[in-house]
Design a protein around this ligand. Structure first.
Ligand code: NDP
Ligand code: MG
Ligand code: MG
Length: 341
């Protein structure tokens, strides 16, 4: 069975003699840095001279250095810049300033697992990955609540990698909720699969196909939007609270019978075969190779696909309807809309 760690399993004083460099002050960076600071851990934020996040970090009362200087001062390096720039930041700012016995930590295992970063053998390499956008990691901490997280140890040279990562997880509030032990491989492959097959890719494709099927059959775009996109939140909220059964128990018997008899016809065995293919491309590194090349080429496909998604009729219909019906609490949705995957 899976090990889950709570506050009692961790001791923040393990980090008493350490300085933690938090590289990046974006979604995760601002939350980790402030939570660590509030937990009494020595923090230095690493940002480029030109960084637009500098003033925010300074306004939050934190010390800001360049990434290279921050790493040089620190014994514990938390890499919270975007995944696509991490290997650059590693080569230029981290690697020249790492010392034996330091900890190199990530919040996602992509660059380590696919060998875009190859750390020296004499540092600990760990992962503490909150399963939530950074703004909630911060807000939960301030409300004395926790954020569930994952912890993994890729390389343990000091013998203390686990204890130190657990102390960090506690200091940012994750052990209040529970921290699951995993591996870099499992975290990366399951994360990529989840966002591609179900959470981001699968669900938007399902919504668009459903919307198009109704509109092509002559139903009004507004009705199609409500049925295929807007109501999804209500269904997902029930699943989040109590699993699929909470949802089935809450909808009408007609919806339940229709869903149970038709669901597997919509998402059928061919979809499952597609999922297996997508998973295999993740496992053999094909997806990551493609994404690295895409970035090196200046993101031509990414930009084209984004533009096409923006041009889909459902966006325009949704914008109009969301203005007409004020069902969304603006402040909440903005934070939660940030990717947690
Ligand atoms: P963000 O995109 O929010 O990070 C932006 C920060 O990185 C800014 O402070 C930016 O500063 C800095 N930055 C960008 N490029 C560079 C660079 N070349 N050199 C130095 N600093 C740079 O990242 P996230 O917080 O979304 O992601 C960080 C890590 O956390 C990733 O590994 C991600 O997978 C993981 N993660 C993210 C989650 C999320 O919800 N967002 C959830 C769980 C894990 P500047 O002003 O200089 O550009
Ligand atoms: Mg209905
Ligand atoms: Mg992800």
């Amino acid at each position: 069975t899976t090990d889950i760690y709570y506050d009692d399993d961790a001791d923040v004083s393990t980090l008493d003699d350490e300085t933690v460099a938090v590289l990046g002050y974006g979604s995760q960076g601002h939350a980790h840095a402030q939570n660590l600071d509030d937990s009494g851990v020595d923090v230095v934020v690493g940002l480029r001279e030109s960084s637009s996040s500098r003033s925010a970090a300074e306004a939050d009362g934190l010390t800001v250095e360049t990434p290279a200087d921050a790493v040089a001062q620190a014994s514990y390096v938390s890499v919270l810049v975007p995944d696509t720039v991490q290997s650059d930041v590693y080569e230029n700012a981290i690697k020249p300033n790492l010392e034996a016995g330091d900890t190199l930590q990530f919040a996602h295992g992509l660059n380590i697992h696919y060998s875009q970063i190859e750390p020296p053998a004499d540092v600990d390499v760990t992962m503490v990955a909150p399963k939530s956008p950074g703004h909630l990691v911060r807000r939960n901490y301030e409300n004395d609540e926790g954020t569930p997280g994952l912890l993994a140890v890729y390389q343990d040279t000091t013998g203390d990698a686990d204890d130190r990562a657990l102390a960090y997880a506690k200091a940012i509030g994750c052990t209040r909720a529970g921290v699951i032990e995993t591996t870099f491989q499992e975290e990366v492959e399951s994360d990529l699969f989840g966002e591609q097959a179900v959470l981001c890719g699968g669900v938007t494709a399902l919504v668009k196909h459903g919307y198009e099927a109704l509109v092509d059959a002559g139903y009004s775009p507004e009705i199609a939007y409500f049925e295929c996109l807007n109501e999804l939140k209500l269904i997902v909220d029930l699943m989040y609270e109590g699993g699929n059964m909470e949802m089935w128990n809450s909808v009408s018997d007609t919806a339940e019978y229709g869903g149970l008899t038709r669901g597997d016809r919509i998402v059928d065995d061919s979809v499952r075969e597609n999922m297996d293919e997508v998973l295999a491309e993740i496992q053999d590194g094909e997806f990551t190779r493609e994404w690295i090349l895409e970035n090196q080429a200046g993101r031509p496909s990414y930009n084209q696909l984004r533009a096409a998604e923006q041009d889909h009729e459902i966006e325009e219909v949704g914008e109009r309807l969301r203005d007409l019906f004020a069902w969304a609490e603006e402040d909440e949705t903005e934070d939660e809309a940030e990717s947690a995957t």
